[in-house]
Design a protein around this ligand. Structure first.
Ligand code: Q9C
Ligand code: ZN
Length: 375
């Protein structure tokens, strides 16, 4: 059975709209996404779904290991403060962004501003990620799910899945955006690296570049980051994810970016995935965190790749073929009608091979023993 960690508290993040492509749209990232995934997994005997242990509200250590404490404080308090001091509104969205060029030749200024209206554009970089009353609780519950899945793997499971909502990979150390508030995958990867002392890798297969995860680990050599995504020349988040971004300082060489052309199909994607998996294998991680976005699907309303449900099963199998224990963390995927089937296909593909990892009589000497040292 594959452990699935999913919290009901995701429903608290329920934006009415997102401001995208110069218009108000119904949000692509909405509570129904997690519901269709949970529905697909709960009708399949392969999966056992449970609510993750809820972290104490004051216990932010795992999050602050990868995020600025100022971001955590802001997300915990900003919605209520906006209601009091600006106006009562369901979706709170920034209207002035703290672009560093505003202060060119004038020095850095005073730092985080006092007013909540200004602080919104200090901590958030774009317009599609509203704060609602329950957003902070939902974002905390997504981190709880990612930590529970990591614990499952550290306790010996070859594969565990965190149904994180909201997603996380666009959240950087000091910024939220791209439907993401806390970087669930980065919290999980840091926890695994810190608790085991082993090398960890993050493989990000969401359609969009995981700018937040890349930035968090860019100077580190203990967590490798490997991403396949729509070429930032045409795809969100536009400013990161180019092939020449490979890490810096101690992290030089530990970041790998594979930008992809539009309309790539299953076979094309699987050959790009093979190249990415070589980079993962070269990092010799003891644990692999997978940022699983299904927005590479042919029917996705905001993306332009052409994977099929069968293709996702092949992708899961190819990743599991590495023989490394997998912490799979949910990211994007907006074709609601196929999302449950796509997640389930990926996980079943991974499960078909990850069983081999655990088998003591494994014949293939190239398959690593992925066992993890407990702290
Ligand atoms: N016109 C995730 O998949 N909108 N985030 C892009 C381009 C934001 C995606 C708009 C997409 C964020 C987790
Ligand atoms: Zn995405």
């Amino acid at each position: 059975m594959i452990p699935v960690w999913a919290s009901e508290r995701h429903r608290g993040h329920d934006p009415n709209a997102e401001i995208e492509s110069s218009g108000f749209q119904p949000p692509f990232e909405h509570p129904g996404r997690a519901d269709v995934i949970a529905a697909a997994l709960s009708t399949d005997a392969c999966f056992s779904i449970a609510e993750p242990p809820r972290s104490e509200s004051g216990d932010t250590a795992a999050i602050e290991a990868v995020h600025d404490p100022g971001l955590v404080r802001f997300l915990a308090t900003a919605w209520a403060e906006y209601q009091r001091s600006v106006r009562p509104v369901h979706d709170v969205v920034p209207d002035v962004f703290a672009m560093s060029a505003l202060r060119d030749r004038m020095g850095p200024g005073r730092g985080e501003p006092p007013s909540v209206a200004a602080r919104l554009g200090w901590w958030c970089y774009e317009t599609t990620t509203p704060l609602t009353e329950g957003t902070y609780g939902a974002a905390r519950s997504a981190v709880d799910a990612a930590l529970a899945a990591t614990t499952s793997v550290m306790d010996g499971e070859p594969l565990a899945y965190a149904l994180c909502r909201p997603p996380g990979h666009h959240a950087a150390t000091s910024l939220y955006g791209g439907y993401c508030f806390f970087n669930n995958a980065a919290v999980a990867a840091h926890m695994a690296a810190a608790a085991t002392g082993a090398r960890v890798a993050v493989l990000d297969v969401d359609y969009h570049h995981g700018n937040g995860t890349q930035q968090i680990f860019y100077e580190r050599d203990d967590v490798a980051f490997v991403s396949l995504h729509g070429d930032p020349e045409r795809a969100y988040p536009y400013h990161t994810g180019f092939a020449e971004e490979t890490g810096t300082g101690r992290g030089r060489g530990s970041t790998t970016n594979v930008p992809l052309p539009a309309r790539l199909d299953d076979d094309g994607y699987l050959s790009a995935l093979d190249r990415a998996l070589s980079a993962v294998a070269a990092a010799t991680p003891a644990v692999l965190v997978v940022s699983l976005g299904l927005d590479t699907y042919g029917g996705d309303p905001i993306c332009d790749l052409d994977l099929t449900t069968g293709g996702f099963e092949r992708c899961g199998a190819a990743v599991a073929e590495l023989g490394i224990p997998l912490v799979v963390v949910q990211e994007g995927g907006y074709a609601d009608e196929a999302l449950g089937a796509n997640v389930s296909a990926w996980l079943r593909g991974a499960n078909s091979r990850s069983a081999r990892w655990d088998r003591p009589d494994r014949a293939d000497p190239n398959v690593q023993n992925g066992s993890v040292t407990r702290p």
